[in-house]
Design a protein around this ligand. Structure first.
Ligand code: ATP
Ligand code: MG
Length: 249
């Protein structure tokens, strides 16, 4: 079963042909990693999955992206789509408010006011993001008082609190130290049970550790995709082999 089905997808920024005829299925409740050298289109493709490229002027998109069998570029409620496909960015970006308010924010914005229900959602999301034990006694202190790694787990909790189907992550650990990175990587084990996760990473070892499927891109083209094991141990394309052995990128 696939969460996304990408067919013949082309994306242009003005005349820059940034994604070239991409065909890719992203399986349900697995972790898919996008790898490839800088500028190959990983973030662009990730953003097409919840239509974040709509916010960029001069973008043209051809082809189709199906999410649960609905073409997201035909008729879909974009706000709903973005709620179902939450996003976590490279730099932790908590809102300037308390830890509790950060996690409750989206549900409150959607009209939930019951304090007990909100408390339960906040606790569950913080537990899923492996942050609860570290913050349970300081929920009403400012989020900026957390370390970078804690802030990133808070952003993951904020995303989870909206009960999405998909979590899109663009280099979520590249601004973090190795210990904070390891915490987020071990958290992926829980996330894959509940969500479809798509993660962009520059770290091959990270892709190897956490991804079920890996897709390798080069200059806007999808060169190869498959089981992570296969991509790293027996790549079919010499360009994939070159990249994973560190010849370029
Ligand atoms: N907002 C934008 N406006 C115009 N061109 C863009 C924009 N974002 C990306 N591009 C171009 O699209 C191509 C792919 O960029 P993208 O950011 O998707 O690559 P990436 O693989 O995520 O790179 P990195 O690993 O450095 O983050 C590049 O040529 C880039 O210059
Ligand atoms: Mg990028």
């Amino acid at each position: 079963m696939n969460t996304f089905d990408i067919k013949n997808l082309d994306l242009f920024y003005g005349d820059n042909h940034a994604l070239k005829s991409i065909n890719l299925a992203i399986p349900h409740k697995q972790v898919t990693a996008f790898i490839g050298p800088s500028g190959c289109g990983k973030s662009t493709l990730l953003r097409t999955l919840n239509r974040m490229n709509d916010l960029i002027a001069g973008v043209t998109i051809k082809g189709s992206v199906k999410f649960d069998d609905a073409d997201i570029y035909a008729d879909v409620d974009v706000r709903k789509l973005r709620t179902r496909c939450g996003m976590v960015f490279q730099k932790p970006n908590p809102f300037p408010m308390s830890i509790w308010e950060n996690v409750a924010f989206g549900q409150k914005a959607q009209g939930l006011t019951d304090k007990k229900q909100l408390d339960a959602i906040v606790e569950e999301a913080l537990r899923s993001a492996a942050l609860w034990d570290e913050v349970k006694d300081r929920l009403h202190t400012h989020a900026f008082g957390l370390s970078g790694g804690q802030q990133q787990r808070l952003c993951i909790a904020r995303t989870i609190a909206m009960k999405p189907d998909v979590i899109l992550m663009d280099e979520p650990t590249s601004a973090l130290d190795p210990i904070a990175t390891a915490k987020i990587e071990s958290l992926m084990e829980n996330l894959r049970k509940e969500f479809t996760v798509v993660i962009v990473t520059h770290s091959m070892s990270q892709a190897k550790r956490i991804a079920d499927k890996t897709a390798f891109f080069l200059m806007g083209e999808l060169i190869e995709h498959g089981e992570t094991q296969q991509i790293f141990n027996e790549p079919n394309d010499s360009r994939t082999r070159g990249y994973i052995s560190g010849d370029f990128g």
